[in-house]
Design a protein around this ligand. Structure first.
Ligand code: EPU
Length: 341
């Protein structure tokens, strides 16, 4: 089948931040074969490629993209294995992540419910090891299949191969821009198994008088918490948490704790995690605006587009936030959103 390669497509329309210039070439792929045709098309013309999923974690350049943007719409989801205790579900990468969560909840599979209501596609989930409310993708990950962008060959990655860490994986490091995730398999529990330790979940369930929650109760509570804290990109364009929560050593933490006794912190595998939202709030930029780019007034970790912000506006704000946080705390904030310059 011939693929329709469009020219000069506005990337802002494909990003939840609603920012970005024109993609010189743009194609929608709906199957593995389409994808192979698309990468060959780009290779023959020596064009760069960029694979786009849900566009929910990206800040495109105002100059656009001088190559081929491949919009992934490869779909399909099924249960591929099952025993008394667990089930393995497989989803192609162009499906919405939220569909995979709904698919599991409707079958009474446990383990994924805390990641309800996260925007983006299944394919992006392992790349940045998405997470929320005490659960990360790595906790339920089973296997994935990816296509080598150079050779078109398939390769399988198990949990160890992916080298997952907080908002990180091999696909953001050693293999950055080298593979396309084609499908992902998750292993979920068929036995009741909740993760309710995150403070807000416990409080909300208690508020509602729910002592023995069902999967749908937990999903509902997660949705309510997210709605309170995170702006709906359909109303106020944004890309979720803009920065990662920095992880510092125990020693560094002790020094900060002496100076800032109310500093918030969480244990992490690699040290102490400090909520970037708290750090940003302390430097008085919550709600601050530079042009139409702003720090969200209810959650300082999120940068928003109040109308016609450009990447330049957002990056100005990013530098300001980073400088202020560094000057006060000596901590370097790192972006979580993928910034295409
Ligand atoms: N906080 C403040 N001020 C703020 C924002 C947060 O003091 O303006 C404090 C809160 O009081 C709380 C702590 O920071 O004690 C943590 O806040 P929250 O629970 O809202 O989570 P977060 O650390 O800001 C992370 C993830 C979110 C995820 C939530 C829940 C990152 C970069 N972000 O945010 O993920 O939903 O935890 O697990 O790790 C995303 O990745 O796009 C995302 C939304």
């Amino acid at each position: 089948m011939e693929l329709e390669i469009k020219k000069n497509v506005k990337l802002a329309d494909y990003s939840t931040f609603k920012i970005g210039g024109l993609a010189k070439y743009f194609v929608v792929v709906k199957s593995e074969d389409d994808f192979i045709v698309a990468i060959k098309w780009a290779k023959r013309r020596s064009k760069k490629i960029f694979v786009l999923g849900g566009g929910s974690n990206i800040l495109f350049s105002d100059k656009g993209f001088d190559g081929l943007v491949i919009k992934n719409e490869i779909k399909g989801m099924e249960v591929v294995g099952e025993n008394e205790d667990s089930a393995i579900i497989k989803s192609y990468s162009g499906e919405a992540w939220s569909k995979m969560v709904n698919f599991s909840i409707s079958r009474n599979y446990y383990g994924i419910e805390n990641m309800f209501y996260i925007f983006g596609t299944v394919g992006a989930a392992p790349v940045q090891n998405i997470g929320a409310y005490g659960v990360e993708l790595k906790d339920i990950f089973y296997n994935l299949c990816a296509i080598d962008l150079k050779t078109g060959e398939k390769k399988y990655f198990n949990l160890k191969d992916c080298q997952f860490a907080y908002r990180d994986s091999i696909f953001k490091n050693k293999l950055k821009n080298k593979y396309f995730v084609l499908w992902v398999e998750l292993k979920l529990s068929k036995k009741e198994k909740f993760n309710l330790e995150y403070g807000d979940i416990k409080n909300k369930l208690a508020e509602k008088g729910i002592e023995n929650p069902k999967l749908k109760d937990v999903a509902e509570v997660i949705q309510e918490i997210r709605n309170l804290k995170l702006p709906n990109p359909g109303i106020l364009p944004n890309a979720g948490s803009f920065f990662k929560n920095p992880v510092i050593s125990e020693d560094e933490f002790k020094i900060l704790k002496d100076k800032f006794s109310d500093i918030k912190s969480f244990p992490d595998q690699k040290g102490i995690k400090i909520p970037a939202g708290w750090l940003i709030e302390q430097v008085d930029v919550k709600g601050y605006r530079h042009g139409d780019a702003g720090v969200y007034e209810n959650q300082a970790l999120i940068l928003v587009n109040h109308g016609s912000a450009s990447q330049k506006d957002v990056l100005f704000l990013v530098d300001l936030v980073k400088k202020n946080v560094f000057d006060k705390f000596g901590i370097i904030l790192e972006a979580e959103v993928n910034i295409l310059k």
